[in-house]
Design a protein. Structure first.
Length: 148
């Protein structure tokens, strides 16, 4: 299982920009760790942060902020996030299931099964940069049937 994860609005919040390590929210990172552990998932970053920071530095920042899950990489800049995910899946010849965590529903204009059937998109709705990946989101995701 792969979790394609946005950063702004999912792992970074307005409050954490002022107080968190690298602007990342500890509680959101903790929730992502729990999700990855429960689903036996790795993370692929699908965020503008992937364009701002070298992959090695971004992985270091996430680790120092408390992310224990394996970060397999960063999606390439391929225009829309839909295309970024599709290109990463193709380049890495990944055929398993995945979920997408993002706070912007308009980033994925097509169904979540656009590349692999039975994959899911979870929109983290809190208002831009308010709360990020919460325990309520975690419960909702874990209640949703996912292909492993």
């Amino acid at each position: 299982m792969i979790i394609f994860c946005d950063i702004d609005g999912v792992l970074a919040t307005q409050k954490s920009y002022k107080t968190g390590r690298y602007g990342l929210n500890y509680h959101c990172i903790r929730n992502l760790n729990a999700l990855c552990k429960k689903l036996k998932a790795d993370v692929v970053i699908c965020s503008a942060w992937g364009n701002l920071y070298a992959e090695k530095l971004l992985k270091k920042m996430l680790k120092e902020a408390g992310l224990h899950a394996r970060v397999r990489g960063v999606t390439p800049d391929a225009g829309s996030k839909t295309m970024c995910v599709c290109v990463w899946l193709e380049q890495n010849k990944y055929k398993g299931s995945y979920i997408i965590l993002d706070d912007q529903p308009g980033e994925y204009p097509v169904e979540p099964s656009f590349c692999i059937p039975s994959s899911k998109i979870f929109i983290i709705k809190n208002g831009f940069l308010e709360k990020g990946l919460s325990t309520d989101h975690l419960r909702r995701i874990l209640k949703t049937p996912l292909t492993k």
